[in-house]
Design a protein around this ligand. Structure first.
Ligand SMILES: [Cu+2]
Length: 237
């Protein structure tokens, strides 16, 4: 297995040079691998497998549980070609909390905020499009359509402790990773191409970590991505 090192600056920029996928032994299973090292030593590696059924998820992987210990994160493809259908999804207010706590959506989607509590909630975000949907009571809802990609902190001015995140992405190739699911994720239907995989999470944000790794999707093959914690070592041979 071939490892190439990529340096990541504190600001999270990746300088790539001569990234190549080496030939795997006997031309099967592992056809390449990439290791990323940052000053904080966050590592990611990618393996391209040819021994999976063509219908299998084309990108699958794991995020080390220590990176999502407290909060879930979203793994996503930075940019993909095409037009993507927006959706209408719900973020509820239940027991004085937003549910879900982290909601990724494709750009153009509408999020409906549904209040299930006996008290009024207010809905606002100070980020990007900066909206304030006002306050409303039980059984009522308000909605916002997101035209700009980005991370939107979701707040309620009645309850300062209420906080959630809506991550508006360019394309629908994303997956939420949680500790409960051992950091496993799958992205089906990603068309063949060269992509950059990124991860965003509250815990990563607070540690100022930014991880991105190139991944190649090939027809009939599966790319396996592993995003590792600073403490653990990639499975280099
Ligand atoms: Cu509230």
């Amino acid at each position: 297995m071939k490892w190439r090192r990529i340096s990541v600056t504190a600001a999270g920029m990746i300088f790539l040079s001569g990234l190549a996928f080496g030939q795997g032994q006997a031309g099967k299973d592992v056809t390449g691998a990439v290791a990323i090292e940052s000053p904080m030593e966050v590592k990611a590696d990618v393996q391209v497998r040819s021994d999976v059924a063509p219908k299998a998820c084309v990108i699958a992987g794991t995020v080390d549980e220590s990176l999502i210990q407290k909060y879930p994160a979203v793994v996503y493809i930075e940019k993909a070609d095409g037009m993507f259908r927006p959706q209408t999804v719900e973020m509820g207010q239940i027991k004085l909390a937003f549910a879900p706590h982290l909601l990724p959506v494709v750009v153009g989607s509408t999020v409906v905020f549904q209040n299930s509590d006996d008290v009024n909630h207010n809905i606002f975000s100070p980020d990007n499009e900066k909206y304030n949907l006002g306050s409303f009571g039980k059984g009522m809802s308000a909605s916002h359509t997101f035209k700009e990609p980005g991370v939107y902190t979701q707040l309620c001015n009645v309850h300062p402790e209420m906080e959630a995140y809506i991550v508006v992405l360019q394309n629908p190739y994303f997956a939420v990773v949680t500790k409960e699911k051992a950091g496993k994720f799958e992205m089906p239907d990603v068309p063949p191409g060269d992509y950059t995989i990124k991860i965003w999470g509250e815990q990563l944000k607070k540690r100022e970590l930014k991880i991105e790794t190139p991944v190649k999707v090939e027809k009939g093959k599966q790319s396996v991505v592993r995003i590792a914690a600073p403490e653990s070592k990639p499975k280099a041979k």
